[in-house]
Design a protein around this ligand. Sequence first.
Ligand code: PLP
Length: 458
Amino acid sequence: MNYFSTRDKSLKFSFKDIFLRGLAPDGGLFLPSEIKKYNQNEIQNLGKLSYSELATEIIFNFCKKDIERIKLKSLIEKAYDNFNNKEVVELKKIGNINLLELYHGPTLAFKDIAMQVIGNMYDYLQVANKKKVNIIVATSGDTGSAAISALNDRKNINVFVLHPHNKISNIQRKIMTTIGSNNIYNIAVKGSFDDCQKIVKDMFNENEFREKINMSGVNSINWARIICQIVYYFYTVLKFNNKKMNFSVPTGNFGDIYAGYIAKKMGLNINKLIIATNENDILQRVINTGEYKPDQVKTSFSPSMDIQVASNFERLLFNIVGEDDKRVSLLMQDLSSKGFFKLSKEEQEIIKKDFCAEKINNKDTLSLIEETNSKLNFILDPHTATAVGAAKKINDLSNTIVLGTAHPYKFLDTIKIATGQEVEKPIQLSQIQDKKEKFDIIENSNSEVKSYILSKIQ
Ligand SMILES: *Cc1c(COP(=O)(O)O)cnc(C)c1O
């Protein structure tokens, strides 16, 4: 099995290549040439495995040429030792909502589940053995802290994290800026997450700069993130005895929900994947009108979903246009030259077979948090609240699993507005208030960010 680009199927890369590069040289995203398909018997048998064993089984399919199975198993086990919950994730029944809590890692968001494994993969693949690797990552609030936690103090690795200045929660920022090792640099960009992501993508496409700094990336466009996230879809459906389930997923960059789509391709019993969006509803619009047209980013209560350019959507595009790389290239060209692209009616129908989308506005997000607290005595974080809202609209709660993507403490100001209550501080963050923050504020400019990076690595 090799990897290719969504914009050029003839390119061939190994897992190690794509792990290190993140983004294909032509600006496309990497996809594997084969996806393992399990039959129902095999899937039933996976139900006997522990979370780490299941993760080894699923992830191995995608990296077997580069990582031995036994090594993979040990690096996964080591990664999940850092979690508060032995089985990594926790399935709860809150009233009639099936909630899958994905936030028991060190930085209290689902991003830890992939990032802790990826941190160990860097060591194992020895990518930083000879030359220092500089990892550049854009964050809408949670990826940055998960990356810092996973890569802090690793030998021969620097991490540069770009976050949108004043557009993430205070706790999200504090987790990132107080870890403070010498290999970590926090950059607050005067712009939106989309601006941060564009700066990072553009740097990846500048060969000379990329090679000069030996650049690598761990954003959700990195395929390694996706494969780690497939695991909990399997884990949960198996907990329901392999019954066909819907998943409601708080969606921003389309990485988490795309992992669910791959799980379905691998044979897992999934009915609908419900895209929950906030006021930044580009994905809801593309599904209902066929037009993919980024708008101005709106600030919401769920900052990690304040995204208009959902990068991983390009992977789904490739799947729905009959794996036609030329068509993907054309659509992406339209996007950059005209500011939008338009899908055909047929293509739209293909998406609708597997996905539906619901937008939850700011007001409804607050009332969902308030109502769940007063009626069920459970505090939802604002991202998870959008997924609860979307699931309720579909009206099939008993067959739906809602992904809980962050701990409410990360958004305590919003919780306070919604419920008037404080959120108890989780033990992972017991020390955070006393530590000094370290970050630099920089203009929304590719060249300024580049010179900042160069000045730090001299
Ligand atoms: C990143 C994030 C999301 C969005 O996930 P995508 O993979 O970007 O769609 C949702 N909720 C929280 C809390 C997040 O950190």
